[in-house]
Design a protein around this ligand. Structure first.
Ligand SMILES: NC(=O)c1ccc[n+]([C@@H]2O[C@H](COP(=O)([O-])OP(=O)(O)OC[C@H]3O[C@@H](n4cnc5c(N)ncnc54)[C@H](OP(=O)(O)O)[C@@H]3O)[C@@H](O)[C@H]2O)c1
Length: 286
């Protein structure tokens, strides 16, 4: 018996290279095609948002994505699917702050499909867990977080010289490399990708950072696709706590609007699972 009802595909005209999902995952998700481009990694991100555009409630104990999706199992299944495909998962300091015990692996987010995710990684020839890249400009990360302490997953910190200085004496285990990409300030998407790809061959990069981090990828036009779950919840805002939307720290419209192209719509109950393409060098009509 399946662990979940299958997602219902409403629109999915994507052509490209079909990923070798095992039958358990094809039954739940359907076929999954990507459009990788030669000579560069394929970069995707995954978010869940409420109907009123909130991606984090910002309340202590309720700041995580689970409170946005309602801990929705289909959302978790899709998160696991994307992690199972990824060579690298990129996160920011904000994710570590909110979920210090989290592991950015497929089995961690949806344990019931551990075997199916492992088969998918085997089919892709990926033997190790994805490399978790933690991005910090200031170096003020929680070095006591599980990913640093437990040795369960490979981890890299991408930072600045200033951040590296800050990290000295913060007892980061010696097994965790720190890569300095510039003197100070925010790293560009390009610099983050370079750090990741120096450490690990990367065909597929998954950005699971929060609104500040993903903004750098939109700004650098380095995001090929956004997987966006629309949760049927109205969260509201009253100004007492910051309730971020998908983008934080920069603006695009009206001067430089970023328009996506809808490439897939699936439904699980009242949740919608959307895919938007943003890369300009991909022909989605092939
Ligand atoms: N709904 C969803 O799908 C979803 C997804 C992800 C996260 N979230 C939620 O979003 C919240 C966190 O939001 P956030 O925007 O603060 O998270 P974030 O972007 O992951 O983390 C922000 C921190 O990461 C570092 N950072 C980000 N971009 C950087 C860059 N370009 N260069 C260098 N360092 C960079 C900075 O750390 P330093 O200050 O150390 O320099 C920055 O303060 C959490 O509550 C989380 O649960 C929700």
């Amino acid at each position: 018996m399946s662990v979940l009802d299958p997602l219902e595909t409403l629109y999915d005209p994507v052509h490209g290279i079909e990923l070798p999902l095992p039958p358990e995952l094809t039954d739940l998700y359907g076929h999954l095609m990507f459009n990788p481009q030669p000579g560069r990694p394929y970069i995707i991100s995954n978010f869940v948002t409420t109907l009123d555009g909130v991606v984090t409630l910002g309340d202590p104990g309720h700041a995580g994505a689970g409170d946005i999706s309602g801990f929705n199992p289909h959302d978790r299944m899709v998160m696991g699917l994307l992690r199972a495909i990824a060579d690298v998962v990129i996160i920011g300091e904000g994710g570590l702050r909110t979920e210090p015990d989290h592991l950015w692996t497929a089995p961690h987010i949806f344990p019931a499909l551990t075997d199916a995710y492992r088969k998918l990684r085997d089919n892709l020839g990926k033997t190790e867990q994805p490399l978790t890249v933690v991005v910090t400009a200031c170096g003020g990360i929680n070095t006591g977080a599980r990913i640093f302490r437990s040795g369960e997953v490979p981890v890299l910190v991408a930072t600045t010289a200033e951040g590296c200085q800050q990290l000295r004496g913060r007892e980061l285990p010696p097994s965790v490399p720190v890569m300095v990409m510039k003197e100070r300030g925010l790293l560009s998407a390009e610099e983050i990708i370079e750090a990741a790809c120096r450490a690990r061959g990367c065909e597929t990069v998954l950005v699971e950072g929060g609104p500040h981090l993903v903004s750098s990828f939109f700004a650098g036009k380095r995001l090929d696709e956004l997987f966006l779950t629309l949760a049927p919840q109205i969260a509201g805002r009253d100004g007492s706590a910051e309730r971020l939307g998908l983008i934080a720290g920069m603006t695009f419209a009206p001067a430089n609007p970023l328009w996506g192209r809808l490439v897939s719509v699936k439904r699980g109950g009242s949740h919608l699972f959307l895919r938007y393409a943003f890369a300009s060098d991909i022909d989605w009509k092939r």
